[in-house]
Ligand binder design. Structure first.
Ligand code: F6P
Length: 501
C-alpha cells in the first residue's frame, strides 16, 4: 500500500507477531480507553488488532484527511456527490444541524413532507384499510423494511407488507393472503422508472381495483401522474437524497405507517442526535470516526476481505441486508474522485445474520476457518419481552462469541485448537427504541462516508448497477421470442430457455 494510508503497513508489521490477548494483557486499560458512548449507543473497540501507537497513526490520518471538515461539508450541502454534481443532504431530513442555505432549504422541504405524511396517515387511519403493501426495491425498500420489522408494535393501526422482488412469485404469495378491500399500496421509487417496482405496482393496482388506495413516493412527480396517482396521494423525494440514505424521508412512509408517526419522529430525533455527535465530538471521541478508522485498518492494514455484522436481537435481523446496500453500493468503487485508480483496496464484502441463529450456521468458519473475518457484534441491553432466561442466555452468547474469537483456546489436538486473535467491535444499545435505532443507522451512514473520504472515492453514486439493467432491457424482446442476443453465451442460454416448457 502506498500514499496516505501507507504508514499503517508499518504498524501492521510491528503488530504481526503479537496477539489480541497479549495486547490486552499488556495494556488492560484499553478495555475502557478504547470505548466510547454516544447517547444510547456504547461502542467498545478494545478487541481490534491495533495498539495505541497504531491508533495514533490512524487518528493522524483522520486529521490529515480532515474528517471533521468532511462531515461539515456533507451536512452543509456541498456537492460531495461530485460525479453527479450534487449534495447528499440526508442529514437535513432528520435535523437542522447545518445553517447553510441549501441545508436549511432541504430541512424545510423535509418538514413539509413530514407534515404531508402525517396528513396521509390520518386519512388512511380514518378508512377501512388495515393492510399496506409497500412496493419498492433497494433503498426504496431495505431501510423502511428494517424499521418496520424492528419497531412495529404488535397492536399497530396498519400491518405493512413489503413487495420488492421482480420474481412474480413474490407478488403471488403476498396477494394470496390479503384482502384487496382492506388494502392500500404505496409505490416507492425515487426515479419512478425502476422496472421491478413498476411491474409490481401494475400487478397490485390491477388487484386493488381502486386507484384511490394507491399512493406514491417519488422525486419524479410527472411519472407518478402518468401512472395515474393524484398529487394529493403523492409524497416528494429529491435528487439530493440517495436511495440508500432515504429511509428518513417520505421513503420511510410505509415504516411510519407500521410504527406510528410519533415513533417515526422519535427515530428522526435519534438520528439527528447522532448527526450532532458526529459534527461536534472531537475526533478521538467521535464514534463514526472510530468506526471508519477501524474499517480502514482492517481492510488496508490487515487485509480483511470481508466484514460480518451480527446483531444479537431478532428485531434487527434485517440490519445486515440494509447495511449491505448502504456499505457496498456506497463503497464498491475502484476509482478515485478524479477518475484515477484507488491506491488501496476499498470495500470488503459485508455480510451477516442475526445471532444466535448465526452461531449454528457459519460460526465454525469464523472460529477456525483460514480467513479472519472482522465482526461488528450488536447487542441490546434491555429486552422488551418477558423471557428473562432467554435474554440472559442471549447476552451470554454475545459476550462469549466475541471473547472466544479474540482469545481462542489452546489444545494439543489441532482439530480442537481455536486460534483466536480474531477481531471484533461490540456495539451495545441501551434498548431498541426508535431513537437508538436511528442513531445506530446514522453511525453506519457516517462511517461509510468517512471511509469514502479516506479512500478518496464517491460514496454517493452507483454507476455500477446500470450496465446489468440496460442489458436486461435489451434482452427482454429476445426472452419474449423476438430478436436475438449479441453475446454467444447468452444466445446459447436463450436457446435453452426457449426449448423448455
Ligand atoms: O440498485 C440501484 C438503485 O438505483 C438503488 O440505488 C436504489 O435505491 C434502487 O435502485 C431503487 O431505485 P428507485 O427508488 O429509483 O426505484
Amino acid at each position: 500500500m502506498t500514499g496516505r494510508l501507507g504508514s499503517l503497513d508499518e504498524h501492521a508489521r510491528r503488530l504481526s507477531g503479537t496477539t489480541l490477548a497479549r495486547l490486552i494483557a499488556d495494556d488492560p486499560a484499553r478495555s475502557t480507553d478504547f470505548a466510547l458512548r454516544a447517547g444510547p449507543l456504547y461502542a467498545n473497540f478494545a478487541r481490534q488488532r491495533y495498539d495505541r501507537a497504531a491508533l495514533d497513526a490512524l487518528f493522524a490520518i483522520a486529521e490529515r484527511a480532515d474528517l471533521a471538515g468532511a462531515l461539515r461539508r456533507l451536512c452543509d450541502g456541498e456537492a460531495v456527490n461530485a460525479t453527479e454534481g450534487r449534495a447528499a443532504l440526508h442529514p437535513a431530513l432528520r435535523g437542522d444541524a447545518a445553517m447553510t442555505a441549501p441545508a436549511r432549504s432541504a430541512h424545510t422541504q423535509a418538514r413539509a413532507a413530514l407534515a404531508q405524511m402525517r396528513g396521509l396517515y390520518a386519512h388512511l387511519a380514518d378508512s377501512a384499510v388495515t393492510e399496506i403493501i409497500s412496493i419498492g426495491i433497494g433503498g426504496s425498500d431495505l431501510g423502511p423494511r428494517l424499521l418496520a420489522d424492528a419497531l412495529a408494535p404488535p397492536d399497530a393501526r396498519f400491518r405493512v407488507h413489503f413487495l420488492s422482488n421482480l420474481d412474480g412469485h413474490a407478488a403471488q404469495r403476498l396477494l394470496a393472503r390479503l384482502d384487496p378491500q382492506r388494502s392500500a399500496a404505496v409505490i416507492v421509487s425515487k426515479s419512478f422508472g425502476t422496472r421491478e417496482t413498476l411491474l409490481n405496482g401494475a400487478i397490485v393496482r390491477a388487484w386493488l381495483k381502486d386507484d384511490a388506495r394507491l399512493y406514491a413516493v417519488s422525486a419524479a412527480p410527472q411519472r407518478v401522474a402518468e401512472f395515474g396517482i393524484a398529487p394529493a396521494r403523492s409524497l416528494p423525494m429529491w435528487d439530493w437524497v440517495g436511495g440508500r440514505y432515504s429511509l428518513w424521508s417520505a421513503v420511510g412512509f410505509s415504516a411510519a405507517l407500521a410504527l406510528g408517526m410519533e415513533a417515526f419522529e422519535a427515530l428522526l430525533a435519534g438520528a439527528a442526535a447522532m448527526d450532532a455527535h458526529a459534527l461536534s465530538a472531537p475526533l478521538r471521541e467521535n464514534l463514526p470516526v472510530w468506526h471508519a478508522l477501524t474499517a480502514v485498518w482492517n481492510r488496508n492494514a490487515l487485509g480483511a476481505a470481508t466484514q460480518a455484522v451480527l446483531p444479537y436481537d431478532e428485531r434487527l435481523r434485517l440490519l445486515p441486508a440494509h447495511l449491505q446496500q448502504l456499505v457496498m453500493e456506497s463503497l464498491g468503487k475502484s476509482v478515485r474522485l478524479d477518475g484515477t485508480p484507488v491506491e488501496a483496496d476499498t470495500v470488503p464484502v459485508w455480510w451477516g445474520r442475526v445471532g444466535s441463529d448465526a452461531q449454528h450456521s457459519f460460526f465454525q468458519a469464523l472460529h477456525q476457518g483460514t480467513q479472519v473475518v472482522p465482526v461488528d457484534f450488536i447487542g441490546v441491553i434491555r429486552a422488551d419481552h418477558p423471557h428473562a432466561a432467554n435474554h440472559s442466555a442471549q447476552l451470554a452468547n454475545l459476550l462469549a462469541q466475541a471473547e472466544a474469537l479474540a482469545n481462542g483456546k489452546a489444545s494439543d489436538d489441532p482439530h480442537l485448537r481455536h486460534p483466536g486473535n480474531r477481531q471484533s467491535t461490540l456495539l451495545l444499545l441501551d434498548a431498541l427504541t426508535p431513537a437508538a435505532l436511528g442513531a445506530l443507522v446514522v453511525l453506519y451512514e457516517h462511517s461509510v462516508y468517512l471511509q469514502s473520504v479516506l479512500w478518496g472515492i464517491n460514496a454517493f453514486d452507483q454507476f455500477g448497477v446500470e450496465l446489468g439493467k440496460t442489458l436486461a432491457d435489451r434482452l427482454l424482446p429476445a426472452i419474449e421470442g423476438q430478436g436475438a442476443a449479441d453475446d454467444p453465451v447468452t444466445r446459447a442460454l436463450l436457446a435453452q430457455l426457449r426449448g423448455r416448457p
